[in-house]
Ligand binder design. Structure first.
Ligand code: ADP
Ligand code: MG
Length: 359
């Protein structure tokens, strides 16, 4: 009889972006991660990315049966590449079930901070957060994470696990990239600079409130793409379905849709968010807010108490889907902290579609 060679999983694929944060990710691997994984008896192979979208290409063509998990030691941007690379595969349905792990090595480590928060641990930063996430990873339990489908006006489709931002937050995220050398402090510096030249952004915002779970029949978006149909969305050229709420205000300082609890390592934007709550935690700040109040909101966000400030310009809604149509001629929209094309955009949550190693 024949003995067929059986291909066995060979541990974790650890993806590192050497440019993330202050460029310290490889030092973090050598100083902490390697030892942690070795002590936990977890075999792994290190992959150092050489360019943007390298990780995306790698996971798009990888033999996933070889790996127990794909672990990202970087910021949220590298995980965004990995999630989208998995979703671009022919076998996306199976591929997205591959357990993912996140170890904070960038300047924007929002998912790592969220994962730590869900473990009901008290807040920590920097290398302590890395140790905590490393510990959760080594425990090896797998949880579910929501996946959010994002549709851009060009017809492009992206998948997100963290946030969609326009206005103040998106501007700070992208404009502060030039201060990458100072790590997470870049967001504080960026916030102060953007506050100094506070801008108003014109646009239309609509959303499907979480209570209207079912969605109306006028929705149902069914283009050629058969991956995760967005049954709550109508095409961008058509009006939003009837059961959506149209926000009356047209002038905003920011629109921020959160899919996890943290916007940054020390920004607890959506304190009640859970990994697979199936919710879009939608925040917007309308024009007319003073600089002092806006700064107060961001400071309160460090402890997740911004909704207790009694600020009439800050609105919070729970949603399943949303549409944003910027009217200002130019601007920045980010998905998971990465810049995407500017223009009308809509999003719908798909509950619990990603597997993440943590508990
Ligand atoms: P940070 O939190 O510091 O922003 P990210 O993980 O978000 O770190 O990565 C920042 C950007 O760098 C992302 O857009 C990512 O796609 C890109 N990137 C990944 N690998 C490389 C590389 N080797 N060189 C340059 N950019 C890279
Ligand atoms: Mg980033």
């Amino acid at each position: 009889y024949f003995i067929f060679p059986v291909r066995r999983p060979c541990g974790m694929m650890v993806l590192v972006n050497p440019q993330s944060g202050r460029g310290q990710a490889i030092a973090l691997y050598n100083g902490h991660v390697q030892r942690m994984l070795t002590e936990a008896d977890i075999p792994h192979t290190l992959f150092i990315t050489e360019r943007q979208n390298h990780a995306r290409d790698l996971v798009r063509s990888a033999d996933l049966t070889q790996w127990d998990a794909l672990v990202i030691l970087s910021g949220d941007g590298l995980l965004f590449e990995v999630v989208n690379g998995l979703m671009e595969r022919q076998d996306w349905e199976k591929a997205i079930q591959t357990p993912l792990g996140i170890l904070p090595g960038g300047s924007g480590n929002a998912l790592a901070a969220s994962v730590h928060h869900y473990a009901r641990a008290s807040p920590v930063w920097g290398e302590d957060l890395l140790t905590s996430c490393g510990f959760l990873l080594c425990k090896g339990l797998v949880s579910k994470l929501d996946l959010i489908s994002i549709r851009l006006s060009s017809g492009a489709r992206l998948f997100s696990f963290l946030s969609l931002a326009w206005g103040f937050v998106a501007d700070v995220d992208i404009e502060s990239e030039q201060f990458r050398q100072i790590g997470a402090l870049r967001f504080i510096l960026g916030t102060l600079l953007r506050l100094a030249s506070l801008r108003i952004y014109q646009g239309k915002l609509a959303f499907l409130p979480a209570e209207n779970e079912r969605g109306s029949d006028s929705a149902s978006f069914s283009p050629a793409d058969s991956r995760l149909p967005d049954h709550l969305l109508a095409p961008l050229e058509q009006p939003v379905p009837q059961d959506w709420t149209l926000v009356e205000e047209r002038e905003f300082v920011l629109v921020l849709a959160m899919f996890q609890s943290h916007l940054g390592e020390d920004l607890l934007a959506a304190p009640d968010a859970r990994a697979d709550d199936g919710l879009i935690h939608l925040f917007y700040v309308t024009a007319g807010i003073s600089r002092a109040t806006l700064l107060r909101l961001f400071r309160a966000m460090q402890t997740g108490t911004h909704l207790d400030c009694g600020c009439a310009h800050l609105v919070y809604r729970r949603a399943r889907a949303l549409r944003l149509e910027p009217l200002s001629a130019a601007g920045i929209i980010t998905v998971d902290g990465e810049r995407v094309e500017y223009g009308p955009v809509q999003a719908q949550v798909h509950r619990g579609n990603v597997s993440v190693k943590f508990q």
